[in-house]
Design a protein around this ligand. Structure first.
Ligand code: ADP
Ligand code: MG
Length: 567
């Protein structure tokens, strides 16, 4: 035998085998199949999902949706590997609006099962079917618009995997978990589930807060919802909303912790840490909080292409997200447990502000449910608590007076922030208002490599930056070390920010003016600021220059409110 004969031979794997290997990564059990099929239906804009399981999903999983369907000639593509309608380039990954993007799920699932897929786009009069029996041939059949995927005998051709499946009850529990998790992601979609022919879950689509709370109660239990705090911290850059357990509620395990980013369930260390940190002061050791939280952020801020199951993510600005979440939760649980914060907002549900309930009478405080609802606690300001933010610009606030009387204000946040920034800058630059410029230490100091001209400019204006609340120093190798930034600017990427400001003052004889102009240009991003920050800042500067603020707010009478909400 020659030596060449002994060498192993390299061969391209047959498609079926390659798909089966890929299936190993993502398809662990029936529940993983359900997750992928539900994701596909949601990506197809379905409003109703019917899920039928037999024998814990091991024998059969059928998911029927009313989504946009697949064109007949593309149906065979849907089940082939690396075929997707969701992305076209690597850039699309950075601006992902769909749950899927890998184009692998159906190919993987189909390689380890007996499958059938029927689809009909809404503008077609007939549906088309393909199946494992003749994967390349499509057959026209009658079916409602939408898609129906049927997966039978999972792992029938990979006996080793099938052996890992557990008892029917266990597999069913996993399926049920996944469905419930997905149902908490999309309240606007109906989920109907049958197991062995029996209806096991009925979740109609809901759009109102009350309906959403009802769905949470159906999934997490009445007791949980009754004691929970409903939060909604709206910003343009980010929004955190959902249900939080109160300080005196805790669980033995982390079983009731649901966190979604843009509708995608995730498990993430940064997020877990942020939540744990917020609850730490109030929870006994070894106990766990319970929550259903949705974070909505610009998809460009988060990379989901980190792991095949897409449960893990990577943030572009993890510190900002971490701090935002932690602060929102801390504020909410503190406000409720200490009874301060937003006492009047506590028992109000969003619905109270619907026109219908206003019509019924004069009580804005109607107790719609036992639930607590909290916006950022801005109690103690002259405007009371923030009830909601309208058009991302106007804060509607409610102030409680004595004898149960209420006052309502509409505050123009954008103008208020503009006045505040300009007064802050003036003070900072005059050296008179330093105490009010709060700095925020960065968790991890940032290092910035400077160009020669930037370095020169920095040396020249180092003091100026200091007076604005930056803590910047030069390292031995002439890099810039950023330790603190003004809290006012915490929503910006600190490195980019400093570079932008340095560039603004290059070659100028009026650095103060250029700096304040450059800062002013960043203003539109006020929407990313924490409402608490905005309000406490307004409160501070309003004391000094009340006149300038007169145009920023107006008191609303109950009639105004009625007209406004009803009209
Ligand atoms: P991905 O979801 O990552 O694109 P899949 O293998 O899950 O990959 O699906 C492949 C393609 O099949 C999708 O991109 C989509 O175009 C189509 N598809 C799958 N399921 C559905 C469905 N329920 N409704 C409409 N189209 C679907
Ligand atoms: Mg998919």
């Amino acid at each position: 035998m020659s030596e060449v004969d002994l060498l192993p031979v390299i061969k391209v794997l047959p498609t079926q085998l390659a798909n089966q290997i890929a299936a190993g990564e993502v398809i662990e059990r029936p529940a993983s199949v359900i997750k992928e099929l539900i994701e596909n239906a949601l990506d197809a804009d379905a409003t109703r999902l019917d899920i039928e399981l037999v024998n814990g999903g091991m024998e059969s999983i059928v998911v029927t949706d009313d989504g946009h369907g697949v064109q007949a000639n593309e149906l065979p593509l849907a089940i082939s590997r690396h075929a997707t309608s969701k992305i076209e380039s690597v850039e699309d990954l950075l601006n992902l609006h769909s749950l899927g993007f890998r184009g692998e799920a159906l190919a993987s699932i189909c390689s380890v099962s007996q499958w059938e897929m029927i689809s009909r786009p809404h503008d077609q009069s007939q549906a088309v079917k393909i199946s494992h029996l003749m994967p390349d041939d499509t057959i026209a059949i009658n079916h409602a618009p939408g898609t129906r995927v049927s997966i039978k005998q999972l792992f029938c051709n990979t006996p080793a995997r099938r052996k890992f499946l557990r008892a029917e009850r266990t597999e069913y529990r996993h399926c049920d978990d996944v469905i419930k998790r997905m149902a908490l992601a999309r309240f606007d979609v109906a989920f109907y589930v049958k197991h062995n022919g029996r209806q096991s879950l009925r979740l109609p689509a809901v759009t109102e807060d009350i309906g959403r709370s009802r769905r949470v109660a159906q999934i997490c239990g009445d007791a949980y919802v009754k004691q929970s705090v409903v939060i909604d911290y709206p910003h343009t850059g980010m929004r955190l909303w959902g249900w939080l357990s109160q300080a005196d509620y805790s669980r033995q395990s982390t079983d009731l912790q649901y966190f979604y980013i843009n509708g995608r369930i995730i498990r993430d260390r940064v997020i877990n840490h942020a939540v744990r940190l917020a609850y730490q002061p109030v929870l006994p050791a070894g106990r766990h909080a319970a929550y259903v939280l949705h974070l909505e952020i610009d998809p460009a801020m988060v990379d989901v292409n980190v792991h095949p199951t897409k449960y893990e993510v990577r943030f572009r600005e993890s510190r900002i997200i971490h701090d935002f979440i932690s602060r929102c939760i801390r504020d909410a649980i503190h406000a409720v447990s200490s009874g301060d914060g937003s006492p009047s907002a506590k028992n109000i549900s969003h619905d109270v502000y619907a026109a219908s309930s206003l019509d019924k009478g004069n009580s804005y405080q109607t107790k719609v449910s036992e639930q607590h609802i909290l916006y950022p606690s801005t109690a103690g300001t002259r405007f009371g608590n923030v009830l909601t933010v309208v058009h991302e610009r106007y804060a509607l606030t409610q102030q409680s007076l004595s004898q149960g009387q209420q006052r309502f204000y509409l505050l123009d946040l954008q103008t208020a922030v503009a006045i505040w920034v300009s007064s802050l800058l003036l003070d900072g630059l005059n050296g008179s208002g330093k105490k009010e410029i709060k700095s925020l230490p960065l968790l991890i100091p940032q290092r910035l490599v400077l160009a020669t001209n930037e370095l020169a400019v920095f040396k020249q204006h180092q003091k100026l930056f200091g007076s604005l609340g930056f803590d910047l120093s030069l390292t031995e190798d002439k890099n810039l070390l950023i330790r603190k930034i003004p809290s006012l600017l915490q929503c910006y990427d600190s490195k980019k920010l400093i570079q932008q400001l340095l560039i603004a003052v290059i070659d100028t004889t009026a650095p103060e003016k250029e700096l304040s102009t450059a800062l002013f240009e960043l203003l539109p991003d006020y929407k990313k600021l924490d409402l608490n920050v905005i309000f406490s800042a307004i409160e501070l500067s309003i004391n000094k220059s009340a006149d300038e603020y007169t145009s920023c707010w107006r008191e609303l009478t109950p009639t105004d409110l009625n007209d406004w909400l009803g009209g």
